[in-house]
Design a protein around this ligand. Sequence first.
Ligand SMILES: [Zn+2]
Length: 430
Amino acid sequence: MGYFFISETFMKGILFILFVCSSLFAQDNFNKNFNDKTLRFDFYHVGNSESEQIVFDELIEEPIWGGPKINLIDTLNLGAYKVALLNGENEIIYSKGFSTLFKEWQATREAKELTRAYSGAIIFPYPKRNVTLKLYSRNKENNFEEIYSLNIDPTNYFIRKGNDEKYETDKIKYSGNPSEKYDIAFIPEGYTADEMDKFISDCNLLTNYLFEYAPFDQLESEFNFWAIKAPSQESICDIPADSIWGNTLLNSSYYTFDSERYLMTEDYQKVCDVASNAPYDQIYILANSKKYGGGAIFNFYSLTVTNDPKFKEIFIHELGHGLAGLADEYGYDNSFENFYPKGVEPWEKNITTLNNFSSKWENDIDSSIPVPTPDEQKYEDIIGVFEGGGYVAKGVYRPTHNSIMRTLEAKEFNKPSKQAIREVILFYSK
Ligand SMILES: [Zn+2]
C-alpha cells in the first residue's frame, strides 16, 4: 500500500513535470515563430456557384493576439475553409478551419445567375520571418483543395498599422490569460451611445445564461467574455423588404439570401476592425432589434437580436454554429440547394448522409435502435439516426428527434453536439 502510494505520487510528479515541459516547449514554438500580436489578411471572395477567386486587399497589423499559443495547428478538421502558414522549410506553423458567408451564398439560386464579391479577412499570429499563406477550400468531395497562396514578408512597410477604430472594452467575465482561455468578443449592433448600459446588461444576461446550459456549465473556467463598446447612429437594422434602412455600426440586414429572419452583415472586414479591440477566438454580434432574427457561421461570427422573447435560445443556437460548426437539424428551408450533396459526408459533427457514419455518432447508438430511426414517440429521447436535417427533408440525418439545433423549444444540445462543442473549447483554451 505504502509502496503503491509513493509510486503513484512519484508518477503524478513525473507526469506534471512532463506536462509543464511540453507546455513550455509548445509556447517556445510560438515565440520562435511569432510575435505576440496579430496579422490580418483582408481579401475578397469573388465568384458564383461554380467558381471562386481570392483577390488580395491588404495586410494589417493589429496589437492583440487572443488565439492559442500552444495548439497552433488545427486538428479539428471543421469548416469549409482552412488557412495555413508555412515557414521557409515548407512546414506548417499555424492553421485554422473556418467558414464564410460567401460559401453559403454559393449554394443559393442567386449564385447560379450572378457573380458577386464578399468581404473576407483572416487573422493569425504575427510571423517573425517570411511565410507563405495558403488557403484551402473544400471541393465537391469535401476534401481541402488549395485555392490561394500568398508570400508574406512581415517587415514589408505596406502592412498597415491598425487600428483606426478604437473603442473602450469591458471585461464581462475574466478567467485568465486569453491565450489559455476561449475568448468571446461581444460587438453591439444598433446600440446608440445612450444605449451602452443596455448592451452591457445584455452581455451579462447572456453570459450568465450560457453557463446554465450544458456543456458550457462544466466549462465556465475556460471562458473570457469581452464587450466592445462601439455605438451605432441608429437602433434599427435594415429590413429591405419593408424599405427600412438603418444607420448601424455593421450595416446588418434581415433578408440575407432573401430569407426574412436571416440577419447578417456582409461587411466582415468592418466586423474585424471592431473586434480587434479585444482578444478573441469568437465574435458574437448582439443586435438591438425587436424583429426575430439571427445567424452564425463557424469561426466567422454569430449574431442574435436581443429584444425578441426567445433571444436567449437564439443566442445558444447560433453559438452552436459559430463555435462548433454545428449544422441546422431542421429540414424545411428551401433557400439552399444541394447544401449537403448526396454521396458526400458533411464535415459538420451533428448531421450525416450515412456515407461515412463511423466518423460521426455511430458508436453512441444502442444496438437495439433501428437505423434510420422512425420519428416515433418511443424514440423521442434516445440517440438514433433521424431523417431530415441540413435544410432538407430527405437524405440528411440528425442524432435526435429534437435538439436546440432543430427547434428553439428544445432545451438542450444532443450528445454529439455537446461533444463537438467541448472539443473546440478545450482545443482553443490550450
Ligand atoms: Zn441555425
